[in-house]
Design a protein around this ligand. Sequence first.
Ligand SMILES: [Zn+2]
Length: 202
Amino acid sequence: MCIKHGYFRGEKCECGNYGRFVLDETRVTKLGKMVSGALRHFPHELGLKMNEQGWVDANQLISALEGKYRWFHREHLFALIESDVKGRYELSGEKIRARYAHSVNVDLDFPANKLPELYYGTTMEEAGRVMEVGLKPVGQRYVHLSTSFEEAIRVAKFRTDQPVIIIIDAQKAQSSGIKMMKVNDQICLSESIPPAFLEIIS
Ligand SMILES: [Zn+2]
């Protein structure tokens, strides 16, 4: 914790300050898995009530985490959220939610996508299938799209050495009624997209 810049990960803050120690790496990982799991996949297992937009009461989550980990203190939750470089979580007043990657049936309310085109990076095999049946969320509430070609490549490289990029005509898809939302600068969430709006770039 840096007095000037808030919570950070690693040994030093960007400014070079060592700051005050809050939580060790192992516990950050453990807590992160539990919090993202609770907010994306199993709120009910922790006794959390989640509304349609994915929000849960932060104090309810804190109580649940206190019950799980003896070492847990509420500050740890806020440190985890604030220092998350991927922006996985959103805090609003006393409420908290995951911004993406839900498998629970939420109806998120992020702003509509404004980019004309979006991208989906995948393997050769999956690309072929997607061009036949469309892009559908598998085990997830929404399809996760990239906002740029480069980002789609980066994401796909976790799965394959030879990424195939599918370009999505977002404007056409959205005007046909498909909901697409901007979550952050890298990610857009979408409902299923039929092949008519998809094209493989090569
Ligand atoms: Zn700092």
